[in-house]
Design a protein around this ligand. Structure first.
Ligand SMILES: Nc1nc2c(c(=O)[nH]1)N=C([C@H](O)[C@H](O)COP(=O)(O)OP(=O)(O)OP(=O)(O)O)CN2
Ligand SMILES: [Zn+2]
Length: 149
């Protein structure tokens, strides 16, 4: 019965990216106000300070903050740390390097991989959505494959 409950939380971060192989505007560096939604399941606790909770939402928020938001917020997200024209990105710039081109799909893969590693024992990531614009987002559900960072 417990496993039917999925606890949801929404988060926000700003980041820049570009899609080098894209035929259109998105090949240029631009930013998005991303919205991240996650849903976790676990047993509803019957004792202790988190009695009645799958996990304290404040604890979940702190965990996502450290694991994902502190890394991505106001970062430039790139596939390679060097531009194809040979110019490097300034050393003091907040940079996140993905193994794949930083589409919303690949960014959500990266987020899910980190979160899955960092969630406490007994708490399972069931669902996640990453909104890149007001009208576009990608959704992942547990059971579908996530590839490595
Ligand atoms: N499947 C994907 N397609 C696109 C991605 C992506 O990550 N996955 N990303 C982009 C661009 O980076 C960007 O998200 C497009 O944003 P924007 O131009 O604001 O898109 P809109 O459709 O909202 O803007 P319009 O100008 O109204 O079309 C592109 N594709
Ligand atoms: Zn974009």
């Amino acid at each position: 019965m417990n496993s039917s409950f999925v606890l949801h939380r929404r988060f926000y971060f700003e980041a820049a990216h570009f899609l080098p192989d894209y035929l259109g505007d998105c090949r240029n560096i631009h930013g998005h106000s991303y919205v991240l939604e996650i849903g976790v399941s676990g047993k509803i606790q019957i004792s202790g300070s988190e009695r009645g909770m799958i996990i304290d939402l404040k604890r979940l928020k702190a965990l996502v903050q450290t694991s994902v938001l502190d890394v991505l917020d106001h970062a430039l997200i790139v596939e390679k740390a060097e531009f194809s024209n040979g110019n490097s990105i300034p050393a003091d710039m907040k940079l996140v390097v993905l193994r794949e081109t930083p589409t919303v799909e690949n960014l959500l893969k990266w987020i899910i991989t980190r979160l899955t590693e960092d969630l406490p024992e007994g708490i399972r990531l069931e669902f996640s959505k990453l909104h890149e614009t007001r009208d576009s987002w990608v959704e992942w559900r547990a059971g579908s494959a996530v590839f490595s960072r």
